[in-house]
Design a protein around this ligand. Sequence first.
Ligand code: ARG
Length: 458
Amino acid sequence: MTKLWSGRFTKTAEEWVDAFGASISFDKELVEEDIEGSLAHVEMLNKTSILTDEETGKIKKGLQKVREKARAGELEYSVQNEDIHLNIEKFLTDEIGPLGGKLHTGRSRNDQVATDMHLYLNKQTKEIIKSLKNMQTALVTQAEAHVETIIPGYTHLQRAQPISFAHHLMAYFWMLQRDVDRFEDSLKRVNLSPLGAGALAGTTFPIDRHYSAELLGFDGIYENSLDAVSDRDFIIEFMSASAMSIMHLSRLAEEMILWSSQEFRFVELDDAFATGSSIMPQKKNPDMAELIRGKTGRVYGNLFSMLTLLKGLPLAYNKDMQEDKEGMFDTVRTIKGSLNIFTGMIESMTVNTEVMNKETHSDFSNATELADYLATKGMPFREAHEVVGKLVLTCIQQNIFLLDLSLEEYKAASSLFEDDIYEVLKPSTVVSRRNSAGGTGFDQVRHAIGLAKGKLAE
Ligand code: ARG
């Protein structure tokens, strides 16, 4: 088969060499974007009178025909035609004859591939933002139902202070909100058109880059043709936002795994998001959460490959850059899949409020409250800390908790104690009183949920 660029060659490459250099096996994923870019390019060539109306009409019809075949799964891509761009051009000439060769006027595969990827990431980033918002909605919905459900809050994975379960879930809402902001901000850089930069230097044809950019929905154009075809920072930025986001997901995944364990039993995952064991009949494994935690590795890996790929690469296009695609596709698939699974997992989980309630009554996470109580009555906090520490020790020795000590025992430790301590020590009191801005107090949590809903409605 003759190559589309075979003019200066006297020998053809062997098949296995072609196969090594080809990207069609993966860049066929860009077929829609490639045709969309070509249609805009032809339209622009017509507007600038580089192509006649008749030529333009025929090429557009041909491209549309190729697109129909692509959608119907009727295209037979070939490795000889290397990549999606040359494959499409070949299909076009098969469709309309040598006129198809005019499509590439004033353009290079270098600006073409960059254009395809900008279009692709623009679309995918918007879908990811939607998926993030769906997961945020699931978090808010569960949070609303559990404002007054109290769980132990941890530091060092040791019981610290009781908190509202809604408050814990909402922490993730805000992390995901920053992810949304990051993805949204990255769109400013994705929405620039490289089309018309040519191979690296622009072109002698009187093209109108602004016009093709506008047709494709870009907000503007790359101002420098070398920059337009050489950089992939928009992909790195996308991958970095993705890495951050899946890092957040992996933390919640880890908590879901802990919470659904026999040791915690705070939540039960829906059967639809868990799996059994082939040998141990009693098992219900949080596979989906584990898998998301595991997939974090590949998203980080893709980011790092991309940074490494571009490091020290001289301007302008180098074939190395063909390696920019698989990681990008993989990151897109991984993030979308993880977000969608997570949303379902959160929506369908059962929250074991009884277990949570029992647990918050069997620990010392109300100890800070007791120290604050004494401090409020004038005892220096250090001294109060010491008094309460001794009371905790007494309890540990007797295998009881602070609420179980008698008023006499309290009075013996400090005359400042009155019988209101029993109310003060209740987990619900402890939580409800933490009403500083952004705290776990019920009023604060309700306020935060209101803010969150406002964000989602924006
Ligand atoms: N398949 C190539 C890539 O993905 C397209 C650009 C090729 N340009 C070139 N001059 N070889 O990077």
